[in-house]
Design a binder for this molecule. Sequence first.
Ligand code: ZN
Length: 282
Amino acid sequence: MAVNSKIAVEKDQPGQPHRGKVFVAIHAHLDDVPYFAGGLCAKLMKEGYTGYIVRTGNDEKYGGHTIAENILNNEQQHLKMAQVLGFKDVFDLYYRSHRMNEISPVEIRGRLIFILRMLKADTVISFDPSSSAENDGDHAATARTVEDACAMCGSPSDFAEHLEAGFPAHPVRERYYFHARPEQRFNRVVDIGPHLEKKIDAIVECKSQGGGALGSELRARLAYEASHDATHVSPNGRPGGGLAAGGHAGRYRENRTDEDHADRRGDFSQGSAHRRRIRQRQ
Ligand SMILES: [Zn+2]
C-alpha cells in the first residue's frame, strides 16, 4: 500500500463533515493517545465523528504503587481522560504492560477485529507499524496487530464466526499513524490549535504517568512561550510526542503518517452490549 510522500496540512473543517462516521483510536498505555493524537481525536469528534478508544495494556508498571493499585488507578484515569476528549466508550484489553510481545498476535488481532466490526469503524488511529524507530515493545506489538486487524477486518473469511454472530465484515477505509518518535516519517500535519486546551486537559488526567503535573506544566510553559515569542518547544523532554510549536498556541500541530484510503461514509449503529462504562461512571 503506497504512502503519500507529500506532506499535507489538515486544518479544522467547518460544520460536521464527518457526521455518521466512526473512528477507533487504539493505544497501549493511558498516555499514548493524549500525547500523540489527543488534538486530532478532539478535532475529528468536533467535526462529527463518533470516537471510541481501545487500550491494549493494563499499565501495571506505571504509577509508583503496587501492581494492583497501578492497574486500578490507570483504569480509572483512562476513563476520565476519555471523557475529557469526548470519546463515546472505552475498551480495555488489559494485557500486561512490558510483556505484550509474548502474547499471540492472532489473539489480539481477533479481539480488535471484533471491536472494529461491532463499531463499524471507518477510521483507525494508532502507532506506525512500519517504524524501526519504535523502541517500546507494547507499542510495537499493538502496531503490528492493529495493522493486521485493519487489513483483515473486511474479509469475511477471517474470523467467520463473527459474521454468524451478526457482526459482518467491515473494511477500515482510513488510518492515521502516530508520529511518536523523532525518526519516524510523516506525511500529514494536523493543526490542533483550536483543540490544544482539550489535549492538555487530557494529559492532566494521566496522573499515573508523569506525576500528574505534566499537563499543567505544559500549559504554563505554553503561556510563557507565547508571551516570550519562542520558536520551538518539546514538551517535558519526552522523546517524540508529535508536538512542535511556534510562539503561539494556535501554531501547535500533531504530525503523523496516514495512508491514502478512499474516504467513505460509515453506516454506524452501536453494538448492543457496549453502552457501558463511561456513562455508568459519570
Ligand atoms: Zn506508551
